[in-house]
Ligand binder design. Structure first.
Ligand code: ADP
Ligand code: MG
Length: 713
């Protein structure tokens, strides 16, 4: 019986647990070389025909049908990368771009970086002149447009995972529509796992024919023409092709009682599934890296207990899967379970559609997702754990039906699910800070951003706020044109505007600024706690600087260099060695940018006020000052209350109630600096904004740096 009661009785799946690999057709047990058994394979000719004859093909198909790995290969073989052209396939996630490229290179029997390459921010693996097929993030393709606005080296651009509606995907689709107007030979393939074809197809309908009809293809299409010639398409309308997948039914179960702790509920459910001793791997959806790692730990303990009480056919093998996972571990999570094991993958949203896991029969869905959320009136963007949409929940459940009929356990009640989950996810464009995007559009010469064609128009307040921010940063002049000193170089830096601005302001501390920015680009400088909170706090304390988190990270960096980048030293100090290595690569690249822009790389030799002033130049919009101490219901002598901060900048009427406090991961958590700037905020369930990446500053620096914003005070 399930420890958590689900509302339907278990269906009768009678086989005893065995190696799940035996469930897969023989051709799929090992990585299939050709992908010929995938659903997309029988559509090969139609796909090539439609790409040939239409400027845009909208390709719909279940996750795992072979869109991402196979379609670019078809295009390659059909000659779309002849005569020096390349094929691009964009991904919203960096991790997916690298992993899929590796897989495709393997299928083609070539080394990654030759025929098949990838390119994500700060990391690329391609050979100029040799790479014909490139997997890249939407963001990187947008960056490529700065050098080559019409993307002339590509013959076909496949925009993958369009259903995710990430900020960069939406922006890219808008830009590509413009490019298409100037490059009639360019072909677009837009692939999506859900049925949003109408929105996409009407968007890509030539404006002159907006009321025309898209060509919807279900069965076979006309005679196959020799593809690969870069002729012009014969039909201007977008074509839609939906790939019929082979999926099995999935039984959905809901909790009978709501749970307040979905992590524990997930662990209990997994243990119960395992105890039922039926074949099949388990995939658990959680909201973030910390949760995944935490659940793996809990399950390791359970697995240990279960292995002692013999009688179960399989050993449980819990593995995490999230975007920042080192490549080797990601491979383990994607590979089939070793013989005699039941793989339990604890994954973030990344396994919803980006990566396919074979052998999953059970899905456990916490029904939440970590999402960006932006309040344009406050100008604060934060990550919020929100209920997933029903569309997402359907996708997640679908992961259980790839090899045989499966089951999905939603860790919520049916009533709550119906009531609280939105039907579809709001596109990221409509819930993000758009400052960085507006900067990029401006740099691409799109001056009238209000008239840009959006798939989903962003809220007007958000656009206004973005323009104001850019103006405050000195990026835009009074005519909303990019300024020479700040705007143009800032657009060139592959950094968020506020970080990039620090580099530009670092005339006498370029070396430190580059390091601070590089360290800010790698998430998780500190390892997730190994259950030793106290030891971890002490380790952190060793590097703590009274000036705040960014200066503390500089201390960590110096100490790491002094220890000769020793991984064991990192382990002892709860530092993430691979993050530090990554940061040092990024630092080198940023040094390259600094040289190109002609900025000095001097060091301030320990005068941290210089660094802090540069930080203020980038982050002054996010300034907060200490307001009062609030009563803390959990208070003790050592922790008398909550230090409440408020934003320094003027807020619109009715928004003064916003309460900020310093996040407990900050070195300044226990001190109470009168004035700070912060890199980001996280919102709590009870309405607090918790500041992260905090630097203590003097209030007069704000007035000095941004008299236009803080002058009157
Ligand atoms: P889609 O894009 O339609 O979701 P994919 O092309 O990603 O489908 O996947 C097709 C098949 O290739 C799936 O069966 C998947 O398991 C397999 N596959 C894709 N990437 C990998 C990988 N990195 N390792 C192992 N198998 C993979
Ligand atoms: Mg895919």
């Amino acid at each position: 019986a399930f420890g958590f009661r689900f509302d339907q009785k278990r269906s009768e799946l009678s086989e005893r647990a065995d190696d799940v690999n035996s469930l897969l057709p023989p051709s799929r047990q090992a990585p299939s070389r050709s992908g010929d058994t995938l659903p997309v394979a029988s559509y090969r000719h139609q796909i090539l025909y439609l790409v040939e004859h239409h400027p845009t093909l909208i390709l719909l198909g279940e996750t795992g049908s072979g869109k991402t790995t196979q379609v670019p290969q078809y295009l390659l073989e059909a000659g779309w990368a002849a005569r020096g052209y390349m094929i691009a396939c964009t991904q919203p996630r960096r991790a997916a771009a690298a992993s899929v490229a590796a897989r495709v290179a393997e299928e083609l029997g070539s080394t990654l970086g030759n025929d098949v390459g990838y390119s994500v921010r700060f990391d690329s693996c391609e050979t100029k002149g040799a790479t014909r097929l490139k997997y890249l993030t939407d963001g990187v393709l947008i960056r490529e447009m700065m050098e080559d606005p019409l993307l002339t080296k590509y013959s076909v651009i496949m925009v993958d995972e369009a259903h995710e509606r990430s900020l960069a995907t939406d922006m890219l689709l808008g830009l590509l529509k413009k490019v298409q107007g100037r490059r009639p030979d360019l072909r677009l393939v837009i692939s999506s796992a859900t049925l949003q074809a109408e929105v996409l197809s009407s968007f890509f309908m030539p404006n002159a024919q907006k009321n025309g009809q898209a060509n919807i293809h279900k069965g076979s299409v006309g005679p196959h023409v020799q593809p690969g010639c870069l002729g012009l398409p014969s039909n201007q309308n977008p074509a839609i092709l939906s790939i019929e997948g082979r999926t099995y039914p999935v039984e959905i179960h809901y909790l009978t009682e709501p749970t307040s702790d979905y992590l524990q509920a997930a662990v209990t459910t997994v243990v119960d599934i395992h105890k039922a001793d039926l074949p099949g791997d388990v995939l658990v959806f959680l909201t973030g890296q910390e949760e995944c790692v935490g659940a793996v730990k809990l399950l390791d303990i359970e697995a240990e207990k279960l292995s002692r009480s013999s009688g179960y056919g399989l050993k449980m093998l819990p593995l995490p899967l999230y975007a920042g996972l080192p490549v080797q571990e990601q491979r383990m999570a994607l590979a089939p379970a070793p013989r005699g094991h039941r793989k339990v993958t604890l994954s973030t949203n990344i396994a919803e559609t980006s990566l396919t896991l074979e052998g999953v029969v059970y899905v456990v869905d916490c029904c939440f997702v970590k999402q960006r959320c932006y309040n344009p009136l406050l100008g604060l963007e934060s990550l919020l754990i929100a209920p997933t949409s029903k569309a997402s929940a359907t996708q997640r459940a679908g992961r259980a039906g790839r090899v045989r009929p499966g089951m999905c356990f939603r860790l919520t009640t049916r009533e709550a699910f119906e009531r609280e989950q939105p039907v579809v996810t709001v596109p990221e464009m409509q819930r993000s800070d758009l400052t960085a995007m507006v900067l990029q559009l401006k740099a691409l010469g799109i001056d009238n951003i209000m008239r840009f064609e959006w798939l989903a128009p962003p809220p007007a307040e958000t656009m206004v706020r973005a323009l104001e921010n850019l103006h405050a940063l000195g990026v835009l002049d009074d005519d909303a044109k990019l300024t020479k000193q700040v705007g143009l170089p800032l657009a060139e830096l592959p950094l968020e505007p506020q970080l990039g601005r620090i580099l530009l302001a670092s005339s006498s501390c370029g070396e430190e600024a580059v390091t601070v920015a590089a360290l800010k680009c790698v998430p998780h400088l500190w390892t997730a706690s190994r259950g030793a909170h106290k030891a971890q706090d002490e380790a952190r304390f060793k590097f703590a600087a009274a000036e705040g988190d960014l200066i503390t990270s500089l201390n960590v960096w110096r100490a790491w260099l002094e220890r000769g980048k020793d991984p064991k030293w990192c382990y002892r100090h709860f530092l993430n060695h691979s993050s530090l290595l990554k940061a040092s690569e990024i630092q080198q690249q940023l040094v390259g940018y600094m040289k190109r822009i002609g900025l000095p790389l001097t060091s301030c030799s320990g005068d941290m006020d210089v660094v802090r002033k540069a930080i203020v130049q980038g982050m002054f919009v996010n300034a907060a000052c200490f307001d009062r101490v609030d009563y803390n219901p959990l208070s003790s002598d050592s922790d008398p209350g909550i230090n409440v901060y408020r934003l320094v900048r003027p807020l619109p009427l009715g928004h003064h109630g916003v309460r900020l406090r310093i996040h407990n991961s900050s070195v300044l958590f226990r001190s109470r600096p009168p004035c700070v700037v912060f890199a980001s905020v996280q919102q709590t369930d009870d309405g607090w904004f918790e500041m992260q990446g905090v630097t203590a500053v003097l209030p007069e620096w704000l007035t000095e740096v941004a008299p236009h914003m803080y002058g009157r005070k």
